[in-house]
Design a protein around this ligand. Structure first.
Ligand SMILES: NC(=O)c1ccc[n+]([C@@H]2O[C@H](COP(=O)([O-])OP(=O)(O)OC[C@H]3O[C@@H](n4cnc5c(N)ncnc54)[C@H](OP(=O)(O)O)[C@@H]3O)[C@@H](O)[C@H]2O)c1
Length: 246
């Protein structure tokens, strides 16, 4: 039985960074709801394992690659179009915090800053830019950009990642204003702290038991996607609170 009856079976989602962590948990929920998937990640082995698992639930195309590379982003959109004929949902989940231990802004190198911004801000926008004509042909869709409380809080050492997530959030707000009336909504979602590789790399001494399991966070994201809203909404998934809606 579909736990998210508002999703139409046969709709199509692109989920980036879906080989583990939150991306895999979201892809799993979407597949269970009858959504066809295009997923990616850089590591081929873990992506193949995710593809194998998800293919037991429904149609999935997995393409290994880096969201920071334009040709790979084009492949994702083309796969959705040629294999499934439409795109209804984009979940921009893939992210990097940069190398740990996280340096203070005073010591953040231009190359690291550039890499963090390309992966967290330009790559999601690039995927959106390329997918929008396909979404418009469907008459609408949903764009979900995964953010963080680091976009708002000033955590020392998190300056590259935090400022990139803040930029992603503002890109999302402006995009929503530009897409007003198109039937395409934009959601920014802060998943809260989760026990994942990204968190382990950033905060190796964290108390793991206090962190959420991404499998428990993913259903909150799907509920947020489905809830009635304006053109833009920011949600904090672990509080299940709508923080801002326009
Ligand atoms: N974990 C937390 O506590 C937390 C808190 C707030 C926000 N978030 C956000 O939640 C999202 C998911 O994070 P997570 O904790 O689930 O991370 P994760 O477990 O480390 O998973 C990240 C996924 O993204 C893929 N990936 C990373 N860089 C990529 C790239 N350049 N191109 C394509 N795929 C890439 C990874 O696979 P490969 O490495 O093989 O590419 C993996 O599948 C991120 O946007 C993160 O900023 C997480």
């Amino acid at each position: 039985m579909n736990d998210y009856p508002w999703f139409e079976r046969g709709h199509v989602a692109i989920v980036t960074g879906a080989s583990k962590g939150l991306g895999l948990a979201v892809a799993r929920e979407l597949a269970r709801a009858g959504i066809a998937l295009v997923i990616d990640a850089r590591g081929e082995e873990s992506l193949a394992a995710a593809e194998h698992e998800l293919s037991q639930l429904g149609p999935v195309v997995a393409i290994a690659g880096d969201v920071a590379e334009g040709a790979h982003v084009h492949q994702l959109v083309e796969a959705a179009e040629t294999r499934f004929g439409r795109i209804d949902l984009i979940v921009n989940n893939a992210s990097t915090i940069g190398r740990s231990p996280l340096p203070a802004l005073e010591h953040l190198s231009p190359a690291t800053f550039d890499r963090i911004f390309t992966t967290n801000v330009y790559a999601p926008l690039h995927l959106i830019q390329h997918a929008l004509p396909v979404m418009r042909r469907n008459g609408g869709g949903t764009i979900v950009n995964i953010s963080s409380d680091a976009a708002i809080e000033a955590y020392p050492g998190w300056g590259g990642y935090g400022s990139a997530k803040a930029a992603l959030e503002h890109v999302s707000r402006i995009l929503a204003a530009e897409l007003e009336g198109s039937g395409i909504g934009v959601i920014v979602a802060d998943p809260g702290d989760m026990d994942t590789e990204l968190h382990r790399a950033a905060v190796p001494d964290a108390e793991r038991a206090s962190l959420a399991d991404p499998r428990d966070v993913a259903p909150a994201l799907l509920r947020a996607i489905a809830a009635p809203r304006g053109a833009f909404v920011r949600v904090a998934l672990q509080s299940a609170a709508v923080v801002a809606s326009v």
